[in-house]
Design a protein around this ligand. Sequence first.
Ligand SMILES: [Fe+2]
Ligand SMILES: [Fe+2]
Length: 374
Amino acid sequence: MSELDRERREMAAKLQRPGARPDPSLRITRRTFIHKSCLLGAATVAETFAWWPLLNTIDVAFAAEEPFKFAWISDTHLYPRSLNTRFVDKTIRAAKEVQAMNPPADFLIFGGDIAQLGKIEELELGAELLKEVKARQVFIPGEHDWYLDMGKKWGQLFGEPHWTFDHKGVRFIGLDTVSRAPDYWTVKNMSPEERMGHMATLDGSVAGPWAGVGRDQLDWLSKTLSTWDKSRPVVIFSHNPLYEYYPPWNFWVRDWREVNDVLKPYANVTNIHGHVHQVLYNEIGTMRSIGMLATSWPWPYAPTGLPPLTVQMNRADPFDQFGGCGDGHGLVAAGGLVDKIYNLWDRNPMTVRASYLASNGTKDRPAAVRLPSF
Ligand SMILES: [Fe+2]
Ligand SMILES: [Fe+2]
C-alpha cells in the first residue's frame, strides 16, 4: 500500500465516524496539496487534463470505451441584460472556457437554472450566450426556468426535460427534478409571477417539497436502464441531488428512496447535479453523487451539516463577485479511482483535488476517503 493510500485510509477512519464534520486542522497548504495531487495524478490516465484551468468538465474513463470528457455549466441565473450584466459576464466566461477546451469536450450539459425568474428574455439570453459553445448541447431544467409559464418557453428552446443517450460506452441520462411540484398556487389564486417568486427563494416554506422525480419518470428510468448491462457506467444529470441533503431548501428529491431502488442493481452510477451551488460529494448505495459549483453565487451550507464525505469549502468573499463560484472537473479513472477537481474563479485559479475510491458494488468495498482541501 502506498503512503498516499495509507494516509487516505487513516483519514477515512478518522473522518467517517457518525456525525463527523470536516475539521479545519485537516486543511493542507497549497504546496502540500499540489505535491499530493501530483503524486496521485501521475498514476492516472486522465492526469493530462487534471490541471486544466477554469473548466467544468467530467472525464470518464472507468469502463468507458475510451477516455473523454464533457463540460458542465450550471445555475447561471440570468436576469435580462438591461437589469444585470454580472451574471451575463460570468456565463460568457464559462462558455468561452468550454469552447477553448483542448482536447474539446464531446458535449456540454447545462444543469438547470439558466434563468432567474423564468422570463422569455432570460431564457433566450441563456440560449444565445451558450451559442459560443459549438459542441453538442443538452439541457435539464431548474426550478427558476419553469414556474413562470410551467416550462413552455424552456421546452421550446431546449427540448424534452428528460432524455437518454449512449456515448462511448456510457449511458447518459438527464432527469427533470423540478416540474412536479405539488400545486401550492391555485388555492391561493397566485399569479404566474407570484408562483415563480416562491420558487426563486431558497426557503421552500411556501413552495414546499417541490423537487421530485415522479412515478412516471421513475418508470421511464427503470425501463431505460433495463436495456443496459448492470456493470456498465451510467451517468445521471439532475438539477437537484438524488439523495436527502437538506429538504427545507429542496437540496434533495422527495422520492430519493425510490430513485435509489431503481439504481440499486447498477454497480457504476454517478449522479452529477446543480442547484446547491456548492461543492458536495456523497455516496448512497452504489451511486456516487457530485455537486458542482454555480457560475452565479454560492448558497450557504445546510444548517444540519454537510454529507459526511464532503470536503468543506471556505466561504465566499462578499466583495468578490467570483467568490465561491467557478467550476471544475471530475475523473472516473481505470482502477476505480474517482476524482473531482474544482477550480474556484477567485483563486486565479486554485485547483483543489479530492479523491475517492470508487464503489465496486459490494458491501465490503473500501470506504470512500478524501484528501484535505481548501
Ligand atoms: Fe440555482
Ligand atoms: Fe435550482
